[in-house]
Design a protein around this ligand. Structure first.
Ligand code: ZN
Length: 655
C-alpha cells in the first residue's frame, strides 16, 4: 500500500487541525481505505472557551463530510471530558448518545459529531485514524478471520469482536483498550468492520495505518490472489432493462435509476458457479449494509425479492422494542448473468456509490472464499444495523424528495440555448439528464457528475439514435421524459430562392430525426415508472409564420402535427406529449449583439425595445422556456396532453 505522506507538503500545515486535514485527505484519496464517506479521523487538542479557560477538546469528523475532500470546518470540536464521562455510563441508547454528542459540541451550528466520537476520545493517543479498509474487512469476514488477524499483527493490534458502531462499541473499547494496550500497540482491528491506528503525530498515525493495511494486503496477495477475469461475451438485451427498472420502481414505491456494469469482472462474478451461495451471505461492513441493503437480487424476479424482503423484516422486527418503519423492499444490487452488476438507487449518485461499494464487495467475497469461506455477520447483526435507531430517525426526518428524483430526461440540442437551459431546469428538479447534441461540447458541459451524461450524436442517423438510447439504458436504466429541442434555423430565404437541398436538410433535422427518436423512444417512455412525457419545442412560426422562413416554419408545423398525432396514439400508454411555441428568445448562440443591433435598427427600435416587442413588453429568455418545459413534465400538467403553449410575452398574431 502506497504511503502518500510528503514532508514538504505536510510542513505547510502549521497547526494540529491543519495536519489532521492533510493526513485525513491522504486516507480519503485511497478507495481501498476509504470509500464514499466511510471512515473517520480525530485529533485531541484544546480550545479556549468564552471565559478564557482552556478546555481539552476532541476535533472529530462530523457527519456528512468525506475524508477525500474534508476541510477544517468539517471537524467538530467536542468537550473531551464529556465524551469520557459518557463512556462510563452503563447504558445509553444510540438516539440519546447522538443527542449528547451534539450537546458536547462547542459550536451549536456544527454538524453532528461522528457516532464513533466516544471511541476516538477513549484512545489516549493524540491522532486517531479509522478506516473500513478492504483488506481488513476481507480477512475479518472469514471463518478463521480472527486467528489470521492475530497471526498477522501479533500484539501490535487489539482485536475487538463485532459490535454495532455506537455506544455499545465505545463501551467495549473502554473495557478492552486499557486492559490490553501495551507500548507496542499501534492499532485496533474491529471484526467485520475496519481498523483504527493512532499515534502522537499525524504522520505516525497515518504511517501506522498504511503499514498495518499494507501488511494485510500483502497477506491477501499471497494467500488469496485475484485472477484477471477472462473476456466473456454478453448477450444482454438492453431493451429489457427499462421493464426491469419499472418493476424495481414499483417495488420501491417511487422511481429508481438502474446503473449497469457489464465489465469482464462483473460478468465473471455474476456467472460464478457458486454465485447463489456466495452473494447471499451478507454485506461486508455496517457501512455497506446501509448503502446496499441486505442482499443482492439474483436474476430479475423483483416480486419474489420484495416478498422475501418483507418476510425478513417481519421475522426480525418482532424482536425490536419499538415499532420499526420498514424500508422499501426494492433491491439495491441486482446480479444478472447477462447484464452483470446493476445498482438501483434514488439518484444517479446513489447508484454510483452502490456500484462502487459492490464492485469492492465482490472482491472481498471472492478472496474470502479463497481463505476458506467468506463469512459475513449473522442475520440479527445485519438487521440491527439496517434498522439501527439512528437510521430510523433519519428516515422520519428526511424531507420530500425533489420533483423528478429517480427519473431521467433526454434533451436534444443540449449544448446551447434553450436545450442547455433545459438541462439546468431538470437537474435542479432532481432528474438525471442525458444531453444530446451534434456539438461534442455537450459531453463535458457539466463536468464529471453522476446525474449528467452528454452524448455527441447526429440525430439524423437512425443508428446513432439507437446507440444513444442504449447508452442511456446502460447508465440510468431507461428514461421518463424527452425534450425535443434540436433544430436549425437557416438564414432567411424567400421560396423563389429556396434550394431543394436546403429544404431537405431543414426537414431532415427539424422533422425526420424527431420521428426517429419518437419511434425508438416509445418503448422506453411506455416503461417509465410513473408515466412518459414528451415536450416538443415548437415555434411561434407554427401559428404565425413569417416571410423568408418557409423551410423552418413548415418543418415546425409538421413537427407540431406529428406531436398531436403522438398525443392521440400514446395516450393509452400513459405518455403525454405537449408543445411550447417560443418566440424571440435572444440569449442563444445565433443572436450575437451585432445581429441583434442590426435587426433592431431594421425595425427602427432600440435593442431593448426589440427584445420586448410583445404584448406584455417582457423579454423571454432560454431559462423561461426551460422552466416551462420542466413544469410541463410535472404534476401540474399530469392531465394534459396535446396542448400547445405559446411563450412569447403575448403575440397579437398568436392570441
Ligand atoms: Zn467505522
Amino acid at each position: 500500500m502506497k504511503n502518500l505522506w510528503r514532508d514538504t507538503e505536510a510542513s505547510k500545515h502549521k497547526d494540529i487541525l491543519a495536519e489532521r486535514v492533510y493526513s485525513s485527505r491522504l486516507l480519503g484519496a485511497n478507495p481501498a481505505l476509504v470509500l464514499h464517506g466511510g471512515g473517520n479521523t480525530s485529533v485531541k487538542g484544546s480550545s479556549k472557551n468564552i471565559f478564557g479557560v482552556e478546555e481539552a477538546t476532541l476535533f472529530v469528523k462530523g457527519s456528512g463530510s468525506d475524508l477525500a475532500t474534508i476541510e477544517a470546518k468539517d471537524f467538530v470540536a467536542v468537550r473531551l471530558d464529556a465524551m469520557l464521562k459518557l463512556s462510563r455510563l452503563e447504558k445509553l441508547p444510540d438516539i440519546d448518545m447522538a443527542r449528547e454528542l451534539k450537546l458536547a459540541s462547542l459550536d451549536p451550528g456544527a454538524p453532528a459529531p461522528s457516532v464513533e466520537a466516544i471511541l476516538h476520545a477513549l484512545i489516549p493517543h493524540r491522532f486517531v485514524d479509522h478506516t473500513h479498509a478492504d483488506a481488513i474487512v476481507t480477512i475479518t469476514n472469514t471463518a478463521s478471520g480472527e486467528a489470521r488477524i492475530r497471526e498477522l499483527f501479533g500484539d501490535e493490534v487489539i482485536v475487538l469482536p463485532y459490535v454495532m458502531p455506537g455506544f455499545d462499541l465505545a463501551k467495549l473499547c473502554a473495557e478492552v483498550f486499557p486492559a490490553q494496550a501495551t507500548p507496542r500497540t499501534i492499532g485496533m482491528v474491529l471484526m467485520n468492520h475496519g481498523i483504527f491506528s493512532f499515534g502522537d503525530t499525524a504522520k505516525q498515525s497515518y504511517d501506522r495505518m498504511i503499514e498495518l493495511v499494507g501488511r494485510a494486503e500483502d497477506y491477501l496477495n499471497k494467500n488469496a490472489p485475484l485472477a484477471a477475469a477472462a473476456d466473456i461475451p454478453s448477450a444482454a438485451d438492453w431493451s429489457a432493462l427499462p421493464g426491469l427498472r419499472k418493476k424495481v420502481s414499483a417495488a420501491a414505491g417511487f422511481p429508481m435509476l438502474l446503473r449497469s456494469n457489464s465489465s469482464r469482472a462483473a460478468l465473471a462474478f455474476a456467472r460464478h458457479p457458486n454465485i447463489a451461495d456466495i452473494s447471499q451471505s451478507g454485506p461486508a461492513t455496517p457501512d455497506h449494509i446501509i448503502r446496499t441493503k441486505r442482499l443482492p437480487m439474483l436474476g430479475r424476479d423483483v416480486e419474489v425479492y420484495a416478498r422475501a424482503y418483507k418476510d425478513y423484516f417481519d421475522q426480525n422486527s418482532k424482536a425490536a422494542k419499538t415499532p420499526l418503519t420498514m424500508l422499501d423492499p426494492a433491491p439495491r444490487v441486482i446480479i444478472d448473468p447477462e447484464f452483470g452488476l446493476i445498482a438501483a438507487g434514488r439518484s444517479a449518485r446513489d447508484t454510483q456509490i452502490i456500484e462502487d461499494i459492490y464492485l469492492r464487495t465482490k472482491d472481498i467475497i471472492l478472496r474470502g472464499e479463497m481463505l476458506g469461506g467468506y463469512k459475513a455477520l449473522g442475520e440479527a447483526d445485519l438487521f440491527g444495523m439496517e434498522y439501527w435507531d439512528l437510521e430510523q430517525a433519519k428516515l422520519k426526518k428526511s424531507g420530500a424528495p425533489k420533483a423528478f428524483a429517480g427519473e431521467v430526461v433526454l434533451v436534444t440540442g443540449a449544448a446551447s440555448g434553450i436545450g442547455k437551459a433545459c438541462v439546468q431546469a431538470f437537474l435542479s428538479r432532481g432528474a438525471a439528464v442525458v444531453g444530446v447534441d451534434i456539438n461534442p461540447a455537450v459531453e463535458s458541459l457539466y463536468g464529471d457528475r453522476a446525474d449528467y451524461m452528454g452524448i455527441a450524436a447526429d440525430l439524423t442517423s437512425t443508428d446513432a439514435v439507437k446507440g444513444l438510447l442504449e447508452q442511456t439504458i446502460r447508465q440510468y436504466g431507461g428514461f421518463d421524459m424527452l425534450v425535443l429541442n434540436a433544430g436549425i434555423f437557416p438564414g432567411g430565404k424567400k421560396i423563389n430562392a429556396l434550394a431543394d437541398d436546403e429544404w431537405r436538410k431543414v426537414m431532415s433535422i427539424n422533422l425526420d430525426s424527431n420521428l426517429t427518436i419518437m419511434r425508438e423512444a416509445h418503448p422506453l417512455l411506455k416503461a417509465a415508472p410513473k408515466y412518459g412525457r414528451v415536450v416538443v419545442i415548437g415555434s411561434k412560426n407554427v401559428p404565425a409564420p413569417g416571410p423568408g422562413a418557409a423551410a423552418y416554419s413548415a418543418s415546425k408545423a409538421a413537427l407540431t402535427q406529428l406531436a398531436r398525432v403522438a398525443a392521440l396514439e400514446w395516450g393509452e400508454d400513459a405518455i403525454r406529449i405537449n408543445l411550447v411555441h417560443p418566440n424571440a428568445v435572444f440569449d442563444t448562440g445565433i443572436w450575437t449583439p451585432e445581429v441583434l443591433l442590426q435587426r433592431a435598427t431594421h425595425y427602427g427600435m432600440t435593442v431593448d425595445e426589440y427584445k420586448r416587442n410583445n404584448v406584455l413588453h417582457e423579454e423571454v429568455s432560454s431559462k423561461d422556456v426551460a422552466e416551462l418545459t420542466a413544469e410541463m413534465c410535472g404534476v401540474l400538467f399530469s392531465k394534459i396532453t396535446g396542448a400547445q403553449i405559446p411563450i412569447d410575452g403575448g403575440n397579437d398574431r398568436v392570441i
